[in-house]
Ligand binder design. Structure first.
Ligand SMILES: [Fe+2]
Ligand SMILES: [Fe+2]
Length: 166
């Protein structure tokens, strides 16, 4: 399929990274019984694709590798939250700093992605476009409007997605 082959070598390198594969496997195992939103590959990809649609629709100047790199790693540290009580945005940012340079990202790109990941949790002032896109795509990827665990969910009204925008 040559007609649909962007340069995604860095993304492939993330997918093949042993730390990425380990994290994803742990998250998947630890969330088997979870009634709330899960953080498996399907969620990471939903966020990547929604974020990329936002970039295209709004003509934002962000490279696809940056957007996908941030989305694929933003919840990877979830297993450390379950196992060690480390907030997952912090754990995921730490993993990103380890994984991204080995996947061919520059120091500057790594820092930009790690910062966006570390800011994706709570409502706060986000400076970079990437941090804002990641936060919004993350929330918009969830189908809160038909979730069975709505009553027990800790998300506030601002975070809950009530419609389908993407
Ligand atoms: Fe998250
Ligand atoms: Fe997420």
């Amino acid at each position: 399929m040559d007609w649909i082959k962007p340069n995604m070598k860095q993304i492939d390198a993330i997918l093949q990274d042993s730390r990425f594969q380990y994290g994803l496997q742990r998250v998947t195992e630890l969330e088997k019984e979870r009634i709330f939103c899960c953080h498996r590959l399907d969620h990471l990809l939903d966020v990547a694709r929604i974020a990329w649609i936002m970039v295209l629709e709004q003509n934002l100047s962000l490279k696809k590798e940056i957007v996908y790199g941030a989305a694929l790693l933003h919840d990877l540290g979830r297993y450390r939250q379950y196992e060690e009580n480390i907030p997952h945005h912090k754990a995921s940012a730490e993993l990103a700093v380890q994984i991204l340079p080995d996947a061919g990202y520059t120091e500057e790109e790594t820092a930009m992605i790690a910062e966006a990941i570390s800011q994706h949790g709570d409502a706060l002032e986000r400076q970079s476009i990437l941090a804002r896109v990641l936060y919004q795509a993350d929330k918009l990827s969830r189908c809160c409007f038909q979730c069975a665990a709505q009553a027990e969910c800790k998300w506030n009204e601002e975070k809950r997605n009530k419609t389908i925008l993407y």
